[in-house]
Ligand binder design. Structure first.
Ligand code: NAD
Ligand code: IPM
Ligand code: MN
Length: 364
């Protein structure tokens, strides 16, 4: 009966947690601890997918794994994949790119925010100057593995790597960018109203022409939003020359990968950058931008803030805006008080920095 339905408590959000490899195993527990301290009403299930499991039983993704994630969970929280013992990186490809591609998580949303001027390597740049987002196409481009090798190991060897750009794929990420402006404001409350499409259409003419045509067409439907364009090489220079000029950047899979590491540099390094892999209405996946960082893994040195901010992003996506805001405020306070790991100038270890943020969150 309807009345019974109305009185039922809202179901807890079910989160699949996949710490993965290297520092993923250290930063994800901190993100989980902070979510719990924030009082987020979540039900967590941890999966051991990663290099250790692969080396043990050759399984990267268990049978039916992606269908299970989509069916049984509201969101997925991931650490990182990559292990020097797995030279082919096959497990990372099958798990991480598998989730992105097979679950069709077409929008890789990578916010770029500077929490404190001290974290930015650029002179005279303040937090209000770095507040943009990169929307990276996440299901095609050069990441599809189309291509191959011919006459391998001979002097005549040929290797091809195809850049796949579909009308549907290009259109939906570009449209996502314009709609993103309508759903989000900047941190200071002002509207997001500029979308910049980044490509290399002066050299990659076939794919570039498709991106250019679709961008022109879709931008015409949003006359209140300014449409801009930059070639990716020029954009890299502009990003370090004057990050103030950016608002929403939309680009293909590979350019998005590269420019978001550069953008992480503006935020204090890879340890600070968060991301979401999103398909509206489907189970989406959230992960810090950084990788498994083998040289610092297991040393309690990794910065957990990228993972913690990623958890906040996931909670906001799931409708827990209050908990997300509490977490973001606590990370900001940790940065201001230098309760951080060494990569951003503090004296703490991964666990201690996570603990400080969890404490801060539970007192707000
Ligand atoms: P990386 O992001 O792991 O590390 C790059 C640099 O940033 C290193 O100097 C590292 O020490 C530092 N760094 C990264 N995260 C940090 C953190 N949280 N705190 C402090 N310092 C941090 O990239 P890489 O070295 O190019 O790759 C290592 C492995 O990770 C590779 O196997 C790669 O394929 C994989 N990788 C995975 C993902 C992912 O799973 N999403 C992303 C990037 C790289
Ligand atoms: C990222 C990573 C991945 C990518 C790798 C590990 C395949 O660099 O998430 O940014 O290139 O997308
Ligand atoms: Mn990357």
């Amino acid at each position: 009966m309807d009345s019974k339905k109305e009185t039922q408590a809202p179901r807890k959000k079910r989160i699949a947690v996949i710490p993965g490899d290297g520092i993923g195993q250290e930063v994800v527990p901190q993100a989980v601890k902070v979510m719990q301290a924030a009082g987020a009403d979540v039900d967590l299930t941890t999966f051991d997918w990663g290099a250790d499991r692969y080396l043990r039983d050759q399984v990267t993704v268990p049978a039916d794994g992606f269908a299970m994630l989509g069916r049984d969970f509201d969101a997925i929280l991931v650490g990182a994949f990559g292990d020097p013992r797995v030279k082919t990186n096959i497990h990372a490809k099958e798990i991480l790119l598998g989730m992105r591609f097979k679950m069709d998580l077409y929008a890789n949303v990578r916010p770029v925010r500077l929490l404190d001027a001290a974290l930015c390597p650029l002179k005279g740049v303040e937090p209000k100057d770095v507040d943009f987002v990169v929307l990276r196409e996440n299901t095609e481009g050069v990441y599809t593995d189309a291509g191959g090798v011919f006459k391998q190991g001979t002097p005549d060897e040929i290797a091809t790597q195809e850049d796949i750009n579909t009308r549907k794929g290009v259109e939906r990420i570009i449209r996502y960018a314009f709609e993103y402006c309508e759903r989000h404001t900047k941190l200071d409350g002002s509207p997001r109203n500029r979308v910049l499409m980044c490509d290399k259409s002066n050299a990659m003419t076939h794919a570039g022409s498709l991106w250019q045509r679709v961008f022109k067409e879709v931008s015409g439907e949003y006359p209140q939003i300014t449409a801009q364009h930059m070639y990716v090489d020029a954009l890299c220079m502009q990003m370090v020359r004057d990050p103030r000029q950016f608002d929403v950047i939309v680009t293909n899979n590979m350019f998005g990968d590269i420019i978001t590491d550069l953008a992480a540099g503006l935020q204090g390094g890879l340890g600070m950058a968060a991301s979401g892999n999103i398909h509206p209405g489907k189970t989406s996946m959230f992960e810090p931008v950084h990788g498994s960082a083998p040289p610092i893994a297991g040393k309690n040195m990794a910065n957990p803030f990228g993972a913690i901010l990623t958890a906040a992003m996931m909670l906001a996506h799931l409708g827990m805006a209050v908990e997300a805001a509490k977490i973001e405020a606590a990370v900001l306070e940790a940065v201001r008080q230098k309760k951080t790991t060494q990569d951003i100038g503090g004296p703490l270890g991964t666990r201690e920095a996570g603990e400080w943020v969890a404490n801060q969150v539970s007192h707000t």
